[in-house]
Each structure stands twice: as C-alpha cells, then as structure tokens.
Design a binder for this molecule. Structure first.
Ligand code: KG4
Ligand code: ZN
Length: 337
C-alpha cells in the first residue's frame, strides 16, 4: 500500500511516499530556516505563507522521485496536530484536496505519534515500550502500547529541550536553530570549567522536566557557576548546558523504565540528532535504546506516511471536515479527528 504523507506543523514543509509503513520511496523537505533565521525563531505567519508556496511543487517532486504517479497512491496522510494552526491548515487543505480529487482515504496523523514512529522506519521494536520525544516544541516521556497509541507519563513544565537549545543559542548570537550549533560548540568545550546542576523534580512531577531554570542560569549567571579563577569560553558553557540537559533526559527516562519495567526505549524528535544524547542513550546499560537515523529525527513526512499505514489498518479515517489543533492529545488512544 502506497501512502503519500504531508507534514507542515511548524517551519518545514515535508512530503514522502512510503510503502507498507516501512519502505521509503522518497522523502523531501522544503526548509524555511533561511526565512526564520533573521528573526532567531519561527514567525508563524511567515511559516504559513512559505508552506503555501512550497507544498504543490514539493508534492509533484516527491511523486516524481518515487517513480510512481498520483494514480498509484492509495491514501494520503497528513499531520493535523499539534502545531502552528496556520501551518497545519496548509498541509491539511492540500491533503483534503488530493483525497477528494483522487477519491482516496484521508488519514489524520498526530505529529508526536509520528515522531515516535520514526524509529520504526529503521528498527523492529516490540511493543510496549518507553518513548522519549525531544523536539523544539515538546518534551514527552511516554508509554507506547501500539502504533499511534501513547500515554504521557512526563512532560516539560516550561521550555521544551529543543526550545532551551534555541533560546541559549539566540542569547549567544549563534543563530537559529540553536541545537546543531551548540552540539558542535560543546564538542570543543573543556569539562568542569562550568557546572550546572540537573533539575530533578519530585513527587507528582517525578517524570516531568524543567529546562527554564537551566536556560536562565546559562544566560545570566555563568560566572556564578564557573570554576574559580577561570574565564569560561562559550564552548565551556555550551558543554555544561548540554551535559545538564542530557543528564536530565537520561535520569527521568531511567526512572520511568525502572518503575514501568519497559526497558525498550525509543528516542526521537529534532533533539535526538544531538551527538551527546545519542551516545549517552546508546551506551546506557539499564535500558535498550532505539535511535532513528539522523534524517528522520527532525520533522519529515516519512514518519507521517509510515505511521498512517498502521492507522489505516486500524480503520482511522479523516473526513473533509477534519480539523487541526495546536494542542497535544494527552489520552491513551490517539484520536486525531
Ligand atoms: O522535531 P523538530 O524538527 O521540530 C519540532 O517538532 O519542534 O525539532 C527541532 C528542534 C530545534 O529546537 C533544534 O534546535 C533541535 O531540534 N535540534 C537539536 C539538534 N538538531 C536539532 N538539538 C540539539 N542538538 C542537535 N544536534
Ligand atoms: Zn517535530
């Protein structure tokens, strides 16, 4: 079964054709980084307009690269939540148009469920398992019982992990997106010159994260956390910041694994491209980490079309009145319509 996937929840327009949930025939992206770079972050109105310009040529190009024609497509899948409403609407409208014109089913996909599924594009993973999703907009620790079925155990109380990277980079004038730049910079940092504590929430928040205190410390209080007599370079600060983020993600995941007994752990979302996070999770002895290929960590449509195959088999369909939502579904079963 061939599914055309469309993703436009934030600042990248993405389309892909995937066969039977696994074989990626083509996956393409129209990046908007150059547009938003000058504002050090995503400008929603601009994002929506750029999606509108990009979407039709991108669909044509992905179909061409797949070596199929639109007539061969069996269903069209689209991200309809969570995300920026103006951005989501562009993808959803294009998908509705295609589904109508081609008389094929329309399948709504939850963006976070799709990030979780991205790991399945290159790994076989037995259900149930623990999933950590770390992106620019969300940080979720979940139990996954089926494709598209996740229950949230922990989330961030303030900034998402990627958002903290982006804000720290913005403060230091390193541009947008901040994650890849800080990742590279941290590799040149000296261990122990700067040290930040790891936020460790307790009680009802024991699986939750918080990154805004760390972000504030990095931005305003660097000298306070520096080794006496040392002038911290940007790279030392980047390293200390990254160590704190990665340790926080590792600790909470480990705590959830110990409590739930679900030792298979998937790592996904844009921050899953981070070299230190990948290394730490891969080397962790107390759980078995499954990490997607880097090209499927950030927003892409292969994960949307891949997940949609399983949702289709479960009977999930969207109508032409299908809506978009900016909000995360915090339910056990993901119902996207
Ligand atoms: O999943 P994604 O592409 O979009 C959202 O759904 O939000 O994630 C984008 C986020 C950005 O905050 C970006 O800075 C971060 O992923 N990111 C990284 C790295 N590459 C991208 N963060 C840390 N290290 C990286 N190498
Ligand atoms: Zn994403």
């Amino acid at each position: 079964m061939l599914i055309l996937g469309i993703e436009s929840s934030c600042d990248d327009t993405a389309c892909a054709v995937v066969e039977d949930g696994k074989r990626v025939l083509a996956s393409k992206l129209a990046s908007q980084v150059d547009v938003h770079k000058e504002f050090d972050g995503v400008v929603p109105e601009l994002a929506a307009r750029k999606h509108l310009e990009a979407i039709s040529p991108l669909i044509d190009s992905v179909i061409k690269e797949s070596g199929v024609t639109l007539k061969d497509i069996d269903a069209v899948a689209v991200t309809n939540r969570p995300g920026l409403i103006g951005s989501l609407l562009v993808g959803v409208s294009a998908a509705k148009g295609l589904a109508y014109a081609l008389s094929i089913p329309l399948i709504p996909v939850d963006h976070l469920a799709a990030h979780i599924y991205s790991v399945h594009l290159s790994h076989e993973i037995e259900l149930p398992y623990t999933a950590l999703v770390v992106s620019g907009g969300h940080t979720l620790l979940c139990r996954v019982d089926g494709h598209g079925e996740y229950s949230v155990a922990g989330t961030t109380l303030d900034d998402a992990a990627g958002e903290a990277y982006d804000k720290v980079a913005k403060h230091f004038g390193l541009g947008y997106p901040g994650g890849p730049v800080i990742d590279k910079l941290a590799a040149q940092g000296r261990e122990g010159i700067v040290k930040y504590s790891v936020t460790n929430l307790k009680g009802k928040d024991k699986y939750n994260f918080s990154f805004s205190g760390l972000k504030t410390a990095v931005i305003y209080q660097t000298q306070q956390f520096s080794k006496e007599g040392e002038t911290a370079a940007q790279a030392d600060i980047a390293l200390a910041f990254q160590n704190s983020v990665v340790e926080s993600l590792r600790r909470k995941t480990l705590l959830y694994v110990q409590d739930s007994g679900l030792k298979r752990v998937t790592l996904s979302g844009g921050v899953a491209a981070n070299s230190e996070l990948r290394r730490v999770f891969a080397e962790e002895q107390s759980f078995e980490a499954y990490i997607p290929e880097r090209k499927y960590t950030s927003d892409n449509a292969a994960m949307v079309a891949g997940l949609a195959y399983h949702l289709y088999n479960k009977g999930e369909r969207g109508g032409f009145d299908m809506e978009c939502s900016s909000r995360v579904l915090n339910k056990r079963e993901v119902k996207c319509v």
